[in-house]
Design a binder for this molecule. Structure first.
Ligand code: ADP
Length: 475
């Protein structure tokens, strides 16, 4: 079985969120099962302090409307994983991965370039596994422009939705001017979406299988509250939809060997967390208290992540005997609100507005609790990473959070975190208070920490499910 796994971001080269983690960890887990998986991505990173082998394979042109744009293909080997990078400095040598006015053009080019690259590399995939809106035009473009070419015959496409919110919706001119598709495609059974084109919709319609990243989210997106106006399309394609929960990379997120943290530990000596906590307090200039509960958030600062709930009860929360650390970047609205609270409560709240991978590991290791009150959450990795580091998650019961965090029951001592159901600030506050109450009982808390550190959130199980999806398609 040969699989080309395609993503706009992939660790360790580029990352804005969970997609990059998955794009590396899942292919690695599939390779461990003997599947020949290679990763294709965009060369959107500059000089990196990473040890890898690199070889420029070939240059050619890609049709983008009436223009021809440069495509360089670079082969990279990192930690035995083969990568192909789509290289075009005009489109990808920028400070950020997304958020530009010409994103429609950049990712139209990307989709076309992926197919052009496949036509020349020395690798014929049985499966192309594409992810999110950035790669979502691949199925329709393949059908229209490549299906007559031998190498593309019998290739099946798996499409994974990591977040239905970001769909790649652009003006209908994109159809002719960038994608070289004709008006025939501009209908509601294909790519048309309220008078615009919608990349994600076309992939849902034309991929051979559609997956999303948890069982609960796969159900939720069939309804209008979570469906982002694609619920009808999702329901029509239900026959090929699978919810497969993400895992986390057990090599990258292992408190026992993690080089980014002050002191390594495992569930057997989880009391060592306290050294990480003190070090973390020192790093962010919070008073060094061993016994005060330290709550963390590491997150994109967007509406999705429940920050308006936090804003609502922040004042009340910070009057409790707690400390809080928030690491994140995103909407300036939230950045400013958080900075303001940190200014007013310097002994209670530390806010770091930055994207900092290694610091995030120290937070996972040093905090006692991890707050994730998402409005919606396709899967979420942070709550699983927290569990692995013995940091107890407090989450809203939605999507993958619901599937990976079982609410703690203080009578049976069962459960793997704390949770609340409604998108309601005081319900959230109540859950935090419940967690603090349990935290005050040292033994009970230590037992809970030990339990969550032993949960299996590795990719093993989920990789097998992906493998069987591939096998069924190839059969
Ligand atoms: P999403 O993909 O919606 O952003 P996930 O929970 O699936 O949410 O994945 C988020 C990933 O990004 C986690 O690995 C988390 O640690 C990381 N992350 C988020 N914000 C930051 C940040 N500011 N600095 C470092 N890592 C971050």
């Amino acid at each position: 079985m040969k699989v080309l796994f395609v993503s706009a971001e992939v660790v360790p080269f580029s990352k804005t969120g969970g997609l990059a983690d998955v794009a590396y960890a899942l292919p690695k887990a599939l390779r461990d099962k003997g599947i020949d998986v290679r990763i294709m991505s965009a060369k959107n990173f500059h000089s990196k302090n990473i040890d890898y082998y690199e070889d420029h394979i070939v240059s050619k042109d890609v049709e983008v409307g009436w223009r021809k744009q440069y495509l360089g293909i670079t082969y990279v080997e990192y930690d035995k994983m083969p990568f192909y990078f789509i290289d075009n400095e005009y489109y990808f040598k920028r400070d950020n991965l997304y958020g530009y006015e010409d994103d429609g053009e950049r990712y139209s080019y990307f989709c076309r370039a992926i197919l052009e690259a496949i036509s020349v590399i020395d690798f014929k995939p049985d499966i192309i596994h594409i992810n999110d809106w950035h790669t979502a035009m691949v199925p329709l473009l393949m059908k229209k422009h490549y299906s007559h070419i031998d190498k593309f015959k019998n290739i099946k496409i798996v499409y994974t939705i990591h977040n239905l919110k970001y769909q790649g919706v652009f003006n209908s001119e994109v159809l002719h001017e960038l994608l070289n598709l004709d008006d025939e495609e501009f209908n509601s059974g294909s790519i048309e979406f309220f008078g615009n084109v919608n990349f994600m919709k076309s992939a849902i319609n034309f991929a051979d299988a559609v997956t999303t990243v948890s069982k609960s989210y796969a159900e939720e997106i069939k309804n209008s509250y979570y469906g982002e106006n694609l619920q009808d399309v999702i329901r029509e394609n239900d026959y090929k939809l699978f919810g497969i929960t993400n895992g986390i990379d057990y090599k990258i997120y292992d408190p026992n060997i993690d080089k980014n943290i002050r002191k390594n530990y495992s569930y057997k000596n989880s009391s060592y967390k306290s050294e990480n906590k003190q070090y973390l307090q020192e790093l962010v200039a919070l008073p060094k208290h061993k016994t005060i509960p330290l709550i963390a958030m590491i997150t994109r600062l967007t509406d999705q992540k429940g920050l308006d709930l936090l804003e609502c009860i922040m004042e009340e929360l910070l009057t409790l005997d707690i400390q809080m650390i928030i690491l994140g970047t995103g909407d300036s609205k939230y950045e400013n609100i958080l900075k303001e609270f940190a200014y007013r409560f310097p002994d209670k709240l530390a806010v770091k507005i930055e994207f900092n991978e290694s610091f995030s590991h120290q937070i996972y290791a040093g905090a006692d609790m991890f707050l994730m009150p998402s409005k919606f959450e396709p899967c979420g990795l942070s709550q699983m990473i927290s569990q692995r580091y013995g940091t107890v998650p407090i989450v809203r019961e939605t999507g993958g959070l619901k599937d990976t965090v079982a609410p703690y029951n203080k009578f049976t001592k069962e459960g793997t975190g704390f949770s609340f159901e409604s998108y309601n600030a005081h319900e959230m506050l109540f859950s935090i208070k419940r967690a603090i109450e349990i935290y005050s009982n040292k033994k009970e808390w230590r037992d809970l920490v030990k339990i969550i550190m032993q949960i299996d959130s590795s990719w093993k199980k989920s990789a097998s499910i992906y493998a069987s999806v591939y096998e069924d398609l190839v059969k």
